[in-house]
Design a protein around this ligand. Structure first.
Ligand code: KG4
Ligand code: ZN
Length: 334
């Protein structure tokens, strides 16, 4: 039936999340327990600490998702979980919880790719129209993915080094800003100006790939020289200049690919799509085109389980279910 009820679980990084999604598009509950305050003390995610907290939170979060959705296990049609990519010890907690529930209640088990989840977060807000292009920008991924049908992912461009979110986090760290750095730089950049000319890497003519490590190094070197000379550091201007470089490249390449592939929709996904300037710049660039731009609300941009449930719905209808011995796969390919 198109109204299938899925309990979805996501534990790939530092959010313990569970959600109940009906028919792939209706969100009945969406619970996220973040560990950000814990990892902030370390300046980044400590994998073993993440696993331990997932273990503590998993059952509580799952129970809350079921209660808020007002459903019992008997109402479920499937259990879905992020299989990868991510931190293996973190993924295992969610995978084991999902396996136990699927086994105990004799439900189909669905293993979901984390990035498919980010993409399908958009379908909780808007129907997909194919062909579409998805720009995925997260802490671990920067990809342009062409889709001509549900569950059909053709990666046409990706980062050759750092992911966009990774560059944000590393530059933020160099600016002594707390983890995670993306939102901090987003905020700071609003009050700054582009007074520095940092590099923009477009790679070979016609390539849809990205590279952000040169930019990151350039910012870090600039900070290093300033500190050595005892000059004061105008964090807001550095943030604005760094961000302008990232966003120029993201917007230019995405627009070019969308035109070249003649898509109907642009779907933006992943934690960095929470960025205010990126959201605005993408909307502005596509405003005069006949390509519709969809960017999820902030709570669906960063890691959550609702997106896993939305992606799982497609797999459920395509019969793409896993065996009960489903294992976490930290390097899962799209
Ligand atoms: O998708 P996500 O929650 O987790 C991964 O799958 O990686 O993305 C997290 C990344 C982090 O690098 C974080 O700094 C970045 O998204 N991020 C942002 C913003 N909010 C989160 N980057 C720029 N601007 C933001 N507002
Ligand atoms: Zn993510």
């Amino acid at each position: 039936e198109a109204n299938e009820m899925i309990l979805a679980i996501e534990t790939s990084c530092d959010e313990t999340a569970a959600a109940v999604v009906q028919g792939g598009t209706t969100l009945l509950s969406n619970v996220v327990a973040t560990q950000m305050d814990i990892h902030e003390k370390f300046g980044g995610v400590v994998p073993e600490v993440a696993s331990r907290h997932h273990i503590e939170q998993m059952t509580v979060v799952m129970e809350q998702a079921m209660t808020e959705a007002d459903v019992s296990f008997d109402d479920l049609d499937a259990v879905a979980v992020t299989q990868g990519p991510g931190l293996v010890g973190a993924l295992l907690v969610g995978v084991n919880a999902a396996r136990a529930i699927a086994f105990a209640h004799d439900l189909p088990l669905i293993g979901v790719h984390h990035i498919a989840g980010h993409i399908y977060a958009n379908r909780l807000e808007q129907p997909f129209e194919f062909p579409l292009l998805s720009l995925v920008v997260s802490g671990g991924h920067t990809e342009l993915i062409y889709m001509d049908g549900h569950g059909q992912y053709d990666v046409i461009g990706e980062t050759r080094d750092d992911a966009a979110g990774e560059a944000y986090d590393k530059v933020a760290k160099a600016l002594n800003l707390p983890y995670p750095g993306g939102p901090q730089i987003d905020q700071l950049a609003q009050t700054g100006e582009e007074t520095y000319q940092f590099p923009r890497s477009y790679l070979e003519e016609g390539s849809y790939d990205f590279s952000f490590s040169g930019l990151k190094t350039s910012v870090i070197n600039t900070l290093h020289h300033k500190r050595q000379k005892g000059e004061s550091i105008d964090k807001a201007n550095i943030a604005a200049s760094f961000q302008a470089s990232v966003i120029d490249v993201l917007v230019d390449k995405t627009f070019q690919a969308a035109q070249d592939y003649g898509v109907k929709q642009l779907i933006v996904a992943g934690g960095v799509s929470a960025n205010q300037t990126l959201r605005k710049r993408l909307r502005d660039r596509f405003a005069d085109s006949d390509i519709a731009v969809h960017i999820p609300p902030l709570y669906l941009c960063t890691d959550n389980a609702a997106m896993i449930g939305a992606a799982a719905s497609i797999q459920y209808h395509q019969g793409d279910v896993a065996d009960f011995d489903l294992n976490a796969n930290p390097g899962l390919m799209m």
